[in-house]
Design a protein around this ligand. Structure first.
Ligand SMILES: [Zn+2]
Ligand SMILES: [Zn+2]
Length: 241
């Protein structure tokens, strides 16, 4: 499990025929107060848990799982992980927390076609993505995660309840699937997605000073070029209307 800084660790997604989101572990190890950011695809729970243990962390230190959003490649193995750490709280943006509590799986699968395919490929029964959410996030709050302060930014567009987490002192941004390396952005054709909203969210992120970009998939970027997010937003602008 690679270390990004003293308080940020990285479990790379294990993509196979479907993508598996990266999981980040936040918090100073000495704090005994760790947070997992995103779970991953169905079937990847033991890989994620073993990665945490392999790095020498105690599972008892994991206090919560925070979702950047609730697409299947991020939430698929949540119940596998929670079986190992049943005390861990679940924190989700309100706009995706409410459907999750009601068992409304449209935001999980994003598209009827995907729902049928994924249920068949991964052996998922209808209604398995129903969870009680311990804390509903709105955006604008600052979270104290293992003695580090992370700002929550609501960045809809890829999904309605997407959030970014920003650590101002080290200029680290965890944007979920909103922006990636190589000037890529998240898709905006799924349930709850919205091109113009995504553009606004990118512009919002472009205001932040970001040195390290830790997206939900593909490469992570250390020493992000200045103006990177703005340049990305500008490149995509013609499609986001
Ligand atoms: Zn997504
Ligand atoms: Zn994803």
């Amino acid at each position: 499990m690679p270390k990004i800084t003293e308080e940020v660790y990285y479990i790379p997604g294990q993509d196979e025929f479907m993508p598996d989101a990266h999981t980040y572990v936040l918090g100073k190890p000495s704090s005994q107060d760790l947070s997992l950011i995103d779970a991953g695809l169905t079937g990847k729970g033991s890989y994620k848990i073993q990665s945490v243990q392999g790095a020498g962390f105690e599972l008892s230190a994991i206090k919560r799982i925070i979702m950047t959003h609730t697409h299947l490649d991020h939430i698929g193995c949540l119940s596998e992980i929670r079986r190992q750490i049943p005390w861990a709280e679940l924190w989700v943006h309100r706009l995706e927390a409410d459907p999750l509590e009601q068992g409304d799986e449209r935001a999980v699968y994003g598209m009827d076609m995907f729902r049928e395919y994924c249920q068949e490929q991964l052996g998922l029964k209808p209604g398995v993505f129903k969870f009680q959410v311990n804390r509903k996030l709105d955006g604008g709050e600052t979270l104290d995660l293992g003695k580090t302060a992370w700002e929550v930014i609501h960045i809809p567009g890829h999904s309605m309840g997407s959030i970014g987490l920003y650590h101002r002192p080290t200029k680290i941004l965890i944007p979920g699937d909103v922006v990636y390396a190589d000037y890529a952005i998240g898709r905006f054709d799924l349930y709850g997605a919205d091109g113009p909203e995504l553009k606004k969210s990118l512009m919002r992120l472009a205001e932040l000073e970001v040195d390290i970009l830790l997206p939900g998939h593909n490469q992570i970027v250390k020493a992000l070029p200045k103006g990177y997010i703005l340049k990305t937003a500008k490149q995509w602008e013609p499609y986001l209307r």
